[in-house]
Design a protein around this ligand. Structure first.
Ligand code: SF4
Ligand code: SF4
Length: 385
């Protein structure tokens, strides 16, 4: 099957390619700003000529070092991210000259206090009752304060015009990524989970002409793939929609297990999947800072209550990708996604008549066999005769 990447982004895991991109931008004079979350309004970084670098980590390696400081019963994403910093082995953190953080879950919020002396770090106070009057105004104030922080830290000014340009670039990026993801509405599917993951990961860093060139090339090769009749799985392969916590690196063991059991992951709704690209920013409001605040506050993370946006987005994705099962991948000790799983299961079963499987896991390989047994049993029940 023709590989989708045949350009400068080809080669190695997406984190490595993303790092190459960030380093290339840095060499050309762009300040690098680290981010930990989808709520970070990266358009402000781009508007000052900077490049964002994702600091969330997905490797088991540094967790042992992290556990000498952090509690063991903390989610693997926080431990891994902190462990890389503690052992001074995160190349993204090394090149980041400042860090944007948000008050999402308690673990992340408190971890930020432990790294606050390592880089200029700006914490945004995220309203967690997004539908309450005043939530957008409060978040708008935080977006404006972030702008001041970036301007002061980097001695650059961020004009409304530059923010508007960055918003236009984001909307273009979103349209390109959504066009790519939509290919998998086909049955049989034409994209593997790793191809979805590569694109959603790389598009979080790349922007403008770089991203457009990459996406045009990827879609052209995908069209060739379709013309040649190449598919992923077959028409009877169980189609899987993934929801839940961000998943990458060692946690992709869940995806690999689904693939090995004959399932085809057709869509991924989480923060390392389509969540960032699902909705555009109002480009014609005349107030780009408020437009940023409105869009970012709509991100359906489990730190919000209620988090009805997640169910609405699931409805949309189920209608588009027609999965045979929804699999909720939840990191151990992520209380928000773990508790919310109850509502997601009820919604998926009651409103869509679909089977549901929750996989609670971490970054170790200790539970691979147990996941395999549960995935095989769940997929067997969905297999088309
Ligand atoms: S799951 Fe929530 S806290 Fe984690 S990156 Fe996404 S929006 Fe941020
Ligand atoms: S996976 Fe859950 S606990 Fe971990 S950082 Fe994200 S929201 Fe927080």
């Amino acid at each position: 099957m023709t590989p989708l990447f045949q350009d400068e982004f080809a080669g190695g895991p997406p984190a490595k390619r993303s790092l190459q991109y960030v380093l290339g931008k840095r060499e050309k004079g762009s300040p690098v700003v680290g981010t930990y979350c989808t709520y970070a309004p990266i358009e402000l970084v781009r508007a000052m000529g900077g490049v964002p670098a994702m600091l969330c980590a997905f490797a088991q390696g540094p967790i042992e070092a992290a556990e000498t400081v952090l509690p063991r019963n903390l989610c693997a994403l926080i431990k891994s991210s902190y462990g890389f910093i503690k052992t001074d082995t995160c190349p993204f953190f090394t090149v980041s000259e400042a860090v944007i953080a948000e008050t999402t879950c308690d673990g992340k919020k408190k971890m930020f206090e432990l790294i606050a002396d390592k880089r200029p770090l700006h914490v945004m106070d995220l309203p967690q009752l997004p539908d309450e009057p005043g939530a957008v105004a409060n978040w708008s104030a935080m977006v404006v304060r972030l702008k001041s922080f970036l301007e002061k830290t980097f001695s650059r000014s961020i004009t409304d015009q530059a923010v508007e340009q960055a918003i236009a670039d984001t909307n273009k990026r979103n349209a390109l990524v959504r066009r790519f993801l939509a290919y998998n509405a086909r049955r049989p599917a034409v994209l593997s989970w790793s191809e979805i993951y590569d694109v959603t990961w790389l598009a979080a860093s790349a922007s403008g002409a770089d991203l457009e060139t990459m996406m045009e090339g990827v879609c052209a090769r995908l069209d060739e793939r379709i013309k040649s009749g190449a598919v992923i799985g077959d028409a009877k392969s169980p189609r899987v929609l993934i929801t839940g916590c961000p998943v990458g690196g060692d946690a992709t063991k869940a995806f690999k297990t689904i693939e090995a059991a004959g399932g085809v992951i057709v869509a991924i709704d989480n923060c390392t999947g389509s969540k960032l690209y699902a909705e555009d920013i109002d480009a014609k409001s005349g107030d780009p800072m408020a437009a940023l605040a409105r869009r970012y506050l709509k991100i359906p993370c489990s730190c919000m209550t209620p988090n009805t946006g997640r169910l609405t987005e699931l409805d949309r994705m189920i209608a588009e990708f027609k999965p045979d099962i929804v699999v909720d991948v939840v990191l151990q000790a992520c209380h928000g996604y773990n508790i919310e799983s109850v509502k997601v299961e009820e919604h998926v079963k009651k409103n869509h008549g679909l089977p549901f499987l929750k996989i609670e896991t971490d970054y170790s390989s200790a539970d691979v066999e147990q996941i395999r047994t549960r995935v095989e049993a769940a997929l067997e029940g969905t297999r088309k005769k």
